[in-house]
Design a protein around this ligand. Structure first.
Ligand code: 13P
Length: 249
């Protein structure tokens, strides 16, 4: 059975006081919760990890550097993230691919660093609105997946998040058919590359305007194993119903 995962990406939001949301989430969780990962900004990783100790919540970072260590002022390595108590790291988010011009090769190198530090890499891929309109979605997704995923991925070290750029922070969500098409395509590509046994265990998350109101529908798709949630992960009252919908799916 593939594990289900609800991941929250706080992006550049939240201060120490926001960690109260972790505590607020606990009494709202279902009896058998799915895996839950919250990815706060880097300065909060240590405190968030301490706050989540002994709870069903794990902590992840939003990015790591593609080198192990060195003269990279302002950057954070995968080993530092692990040292702060986190277990996951998002790599290749479209906001970083865009604003920091990260290539598939960069994302692949970051995922390798994540694995070397013992972290699970949440590798993000997703097409732009222009790609979608030009009917290039599967070409783009196929290219990003093959370029960003290092060899030797396993169900323990890798999660793939499909986040169509046009759905992020817009309130616009693809139809279920559109999500199903891309997620089935990703699963097929993983099977071809890794073999069925490994590919079947890798969770595929959908991300982009996931809310309590639409989570139920999104989680109906067989190859949707969870969500990478931005805005609606900031408040326990919004994230909890999404987690509950996943647990029931
Ligand atoms: P929103 O849920 O705010 O659309 O953000 C999605 C996202 O980018 C998560 O990584």
């Amino acid at each position: 059975m593939r594990r289900k995962l609800a991941a929250g990406n706080w992006k550049m939001n939240g201060s120490a006081s926001a960690l109260a949301e972790l505590h607020a989430l606990l009494p709202l969780l279902p009896e058998m919760p799915p895996d839950i990962v919250i990815c706060p900004p880097a300065p909060l990783l240590y405190r968030a990890s301490a706050a989540a100790q002994g709870t069903p919540i794990s902590i992840g970072a939003q990015d790591c550097h593609m080198q192990q260590s060195g003269a990279f002022t302002g950057d954070v390595s995968a080993a530092m993230i692990a040292d702060a108590g986190a277990t996951h790291v998002i790599v290749g988010h479209s906001e970083r691919r865009d604003a920091h011009e990260e290539s598939n090769g960069d994302v692949r190198a970051k995922a390798r660093q994540a694995w070397a530090a013992g972290l699970t890499a949440i590798i993000c891929i997703g097409e732009s609105g222009d790609d979608r309109e030009a009917d290039n979605t599967l070409d783009i997704i196929g290219g990003q997946l093959s370029g960003s995923l290092p060899d030797h991925a396993t169900a323990a070290n890798t999660v793939i998040a499909y986040e169509p750029i046009w759905a992020i922070g817009t309130g616009v969500v693809p139809t279920l058919d559109q999500i199903v098409e891309v997620h089935d395509f990703i699963r097929d590509r993983l099977i071809t590359r890794l073999g069925g046994e490994i590919a079947d265990g890798i969770p595929l998350l959908y991300g982009g305007s996931v809310k309590p109101e639409n989570a139920d529908t999104i989680f109906r798709a067989a190859n949707v194993d969870g969500a990478l949630v931005g805005g609606a992960s900031l408040k326990a009252a919004d994230f909890a119903p999404i987690i509950a919908a996943l647990a029931q799916s």
